[in-house]
Design a protein around this ligand. Structure first.
Ligand code: ADP
Ligand code: MG
Length: 678
């Protein structure tokens, strides 16, 4: 009988295994069937023929047609990956990760093996990788180690319509290498119809336009301007949820803080409604959301429920979420703005363009007719919005890109083949800034310092701070500071019901008025001392995810510092050394106190304020260095430390003279905020 039992057990196991394999096969079959449903599929062969016939093609198709996920797979299936990798760039990190995950899934392979992605501070590829998704910024950096992109057979510059700074620079670089690498296929793909410009730029490359499927989207406007668009958007969502037929909702916000506020509002307003309304599944998506949470936006909505996706403009064209029938659009996005005259740069919330607004509306009509509710008036749409988004290259600091191009041996930037050249003033300002940082000499050539700076995937200011730290014996500490300011999201949090506890916990890191940079260092060190524990993060009201990311970034920075032979040393008590290192990179970002408690930037004077989140918001030191400016109700300096005026002349002799700080120590004059120049 024992034998019989064993047989049964064996066959049960076998049956289970067979069932599992069948389920995988089913899933595979379903997936392959789904791929054939995509609007782009009927054009597969024509596409492959076009690639065979031409070196460069411009591709235009609606968002959701299958450009990003399918075209690289078609090329792979047609054998291009035998000749070299198939690369595909994305302007956004989240899109690169998410699309790579999707394609790995469709191909039934492990992410990071045949299909991988590469984003700043995170490389999820291997020697096996055949299809590689990456941010446009990462491909730019790849030119440093592989100037002819020798390992690629195809490069697809995706989301070309976004015209990000990095994508625009890539256009010039790939166009150039295409000339001496006739075997490299180049695809430029865009979700908008403005393809003639791309075609003209790429020597009249053929345009391949896939007819998309798009259903009617009815657009509604606000009758009067809304003062609080987050609130108005949430009201709109609740109205849709209680009054409109089934279908998921997509709401566009400008960033993480807004999305969290909206989530909170939604929770409050639906609390107590209980079973009187259908279930509402809320799924946020923004750049710094942990990837396992990001996947939630793609999970099918349970029957009877409604999903609300709260997204940044990542959902405008980069990611397609199926099942969306309603779009709520407040009409804003976060934008970089840069004034080349003053060299001032800040992040601000600005109205989107009409082209963007129409893209957003289009997201409601992918699978059936939809509706778009605009939280602004028709008048605002016509009069307050630009027809198209201005390419980033014309409204940003070019320091980063200029340093990179110089490292690639491209010296004549004025005659670089830009699709739309940056303002001459911005280019000049970038050269000046790099000169002041010591990255370029007075002939505009890269210095040894500049060459070392270019090794770091960081803004020139941060790279300079890192390299300057060696002299003060605080390189490891400054690496930590740089990692902490690079995570791009808030480290400290402050729940409303425990605000006091949180404040006390945070104060421990800034004891002694050390300023925000050293505060970040102290926080990191305390976490390290606690064995990098998550429990410690919870007790200290510190975001564990942010800290882990900081640790990853720090590890990489330390690796790069070792590569360029920076002597590693730590002395966390040498706060002056740490702040001097920061100021050696950020001497452009310095301001001095005025009588009224505001600050004035040292050169090209502008009034700025210490951000309420700063540990120095009450101390108001006389001279400060700041990490960045954010424009909300005022220009706020975020991440601020006290410095001494003398340091500026010591650290940036090309930029500051005694005269700039001459009145230091004198009393501030009455009346006008500005100290006397005479
Ligand atoms: P395009 O690049 O033309 O906008 P995509 O290739 O991104 O189109 O999308 C094609 C299809 O793949 C869409 O139906 C989209 O919903 C689906 N898709 C893409 N990424 C994911 C994902 N991570 N999870 C589920 N579906 C996805
Ligand atoms: Mg796409």
């Amino acid at each position: 009988a024992g034998d019989g039992d064993d047989d049964d057990a064996l066959s049960a196991r076998e049956r289970e295994r067979a069932a599992r394999l069948a389920a995988i096969d089913d899933e595979r079959a379903r997936m392959q069937a789904e791929r054939k449903e995509l609007p782009i599929y009927p054009w597969r062969q024509e596409f492959l023929d076009a690639v065979a016939a031409h070196q460069i093609i411009i591709i235009v198709a609606e968002t959701g047609a299958g450009k990003t996920t399918q075209l690289p797979q078609y090329l792979h299936e047609a054998g291009y990956s035998k000749l070299g990798r198939i690369g595909c760039t994305q302007p956004r990190r989240v899109a690169a990760m998410s699309v790579a995950a999707r394609v790995a899934h469709e191909m039934g392979v492990k992410l990071g093996h045949e299909v991988g992605y590469s984003i700043r501070f995170e490389d999820c590829t291997s020697d096996k990788t055949l299809i590689k998704y990456m941010t446009d910024g990462m491909l730019l950096r790849e030119f440093l180690s592989e100037p002819d992109l020798a390992s690629y057979s195809v490069m697809m510059i995706d989301e070309a319509h976004e015209r990000t700074l990095h994508t625009d620079v890539l256009f010039g670089l790939v166009k150039d290498i295409g000339r001496f690498r006739p075997d490299l296929k180049l695809l430029v793909s865009s979700a908008t119809l403005a393809a003639e410009k791309f075609s003209a730029y790429f020597d009249d490359a053929p345009v391949f336009q896939f007819p998309g499927r798009r259903y009617e989207v009815e657009v509604f406007y606000a009758k009067a301007p809304e003062a609080d668009y987050v609130d108005a958007a949430i009201q709109s969502v609740l109205r849709i949820h209680t009054q409109e037929p089934a279908g998921d909702v997509l709401v566009f916000f400008t960033g993480q803080e807004e999305i969290e506020a909206a989530e909170e509002l939604l929770k409050q307003r639906t609390r107590g409604l209980g079973s009187r309304i259908a279930e509402l599944v809320v799924a946020p998506i923004y750049a710094n959301l942990p990837s396992e949470m990001q996947a939630r936006i793609f999970e099918p909505t349970p029957p009877g429920a409604r999903k609300v996706v709260l997204a940044t403009n990542i959902a405008e064209t980069s990611l397609t979420i199926d099942g969306i029938r309603y779009v709520v659009d407040p009409g804003f996005a976060k934008q970089n703005s840069y004034n080349p005259r003053t060299g001032m740069e800040s992040l601000l919330v600005a109205p989107i363009s009409r082209a963007s607004a129409n893209q957003r509306a289009g997201r409601a009509g992918r699978t059936s007719a939809g509706k778009c509710y605009r939280i602004y008036t028709h008048w605002a749409f016509m009069n307050e919005m630009d027809p198209d988004t201005v390419p980033e290259i014309q409204r940003t600091n070019l320091g980063n890109v200029v340093l990179l191009l110089k490292s690639l041996g491209i010296h004549d930037l004025v005659n670089f083949d830009f699709m739309d050249p940056p303002p001459a003033e911005a280019l000049l300002r970038a050269l000046e800034q790099l000169y002041a940082l010591g990255a370029l000499n007075d002939r505009g050539e890269l210095t040894k310092l500049g060459r070392r700076m270019a090794e770091f995937p960081l803004d020139p200011q941060l790279a300079k701070a890192l390299l300057a730290s060696e002299k003060f014996g605080v390189s490891e500490d400054v690496a930590t500071v740089c990692a902490m300011v690079s995570i791009g999201s808030a480290v400290f949090y402050r729940p409303k019901d425990k605000a006091l506890h949180a404040d006390n916990a945070h104060k421990a890191f800034s004891r002694g008025g050390v300023g925000d940079h050293v505060m970040l260092l102290n926080c990191y060190n305390a976490w390290a001392e606690a064995g990098f524990s998550s429990a410690w993060c919870a007790e200290s009201f510190v975001q564990a995810k942010s800290m882990k990311r900081a640790r990853d970034i720090r590890d990489q920075l330390v690796g790069l510092m070792e590569r360029v032979e920076v002597e590693m040393a730590s002395d966390p008590n040498n706060t002056d050394g740490i702040k001097k290192s920061v100021a050696a990179g950020f001497f452009y970002h310095t301001a001095r106190l005025q009588r009224d408690g505001s600050y004035r930037t040292v050169k090209a004077p502008t009034t700025v304020h210490i951000h309420p989140s700063s540990s120095l918001r009450e101390a108001l030191p006389k001279w400060v260095v700041y990490h960045e400016l954010v424009l909300t109700s005022k220009e706020f300096m975020r991440t601020v430390s006290e410095i001494k005026a003398d340091w500026l002349v010591e650290l940036a002799p090309h930029y500051y003279s005694r005269k700039d700080i001459a009145d230091d120590g004198k009393k501030l004059p009455k009346g006008k905020g500005r100290a006397a120049d005479a």
